[in-house]
Design a protein. Structure first.
Length: 187
């Protein structure tokens, strides 16, 4: 069981297949958030507003292909995992093309009864990547904080230096005043 909450965008046009896939996901992911659509436009909107961790997509859709969805997802964020779950069978070239185009996996719908078994290792990989990216994001965040603190310190040094220069200028002006007064007294 995957305990990390996953946000899943499911691109599927058949309601029965969507229901079966959701049921299989619930067997392996403790608290998934799943949004379902069947077209490119809604998929794009969900990429922006739902921000999925992984996209599961059928290949044959009413208004586009799964490759169209994959292309759009990769343009939006090439790091989002993309897995085909499709009924298109006996086409090894198609399966190879999907992987070459950036898909993380390819599962046939004929394996729907044991989809959870086939999907679990792919989703675990997504979670591992999420965790490692979160660690990297934390390190980057910590480094940014450190850099900002250094900039703040340097700004304070510059302010102190500016203050010192002003004080030195005041002292020079005071010394020059004494010189002018001394020269007037001598002259």
């Amino acid at each position: 069981m995957i305990n990390t909450s996953l946000r899943i965008l499911l691109v599927e046009d058949l309601e029965t297949d969507a229901a079966l896939i959701k049921r299989q996901i619930n067997k392996i992911v403790k608290s998934p958030e799943i949004e379902v659509t069947d077209n490119l436009e809604d998929s794009k909107e969900l990429l922006l507003n739902f921000a999925p961790d992984v996209v599961l997509s059928d290949y044959n859709l009413p208004t586009c292909t799964g490759l169209d969805i994959l292309e759009m997802v990769k343009e939006y964020d090439e790091n989002i995992a993309f897995i085909f779950i499709t009924g298109t069978v006996n086409d090894e070239e198609l399966a190879a093309n999907t992987i070459l185009n950036g898909a993380s996996g390819y599962i046939l719908k004929k394996h729907m009864n044991n989809l959870a078994e086939k999907l679990e290792p792919l989703l675990k990989k997504v979670v591992i990547n999420m965790v490692s990216k979160n660690e990297l994001r934390e390190r980057i965040r910590d480094n940014k904080i450190t850099v900002n603190q250094i900039y703040d310190y340097l700004d304070k040094i510059n302010q102190d230096n500016a203050e010192h220069r002003q004080n030195i200028d005041r002292i020079k002006n005071a010394i020059n005043q004494f010189k002018i007064e001394d020269d007037e007294d001598i002259g």
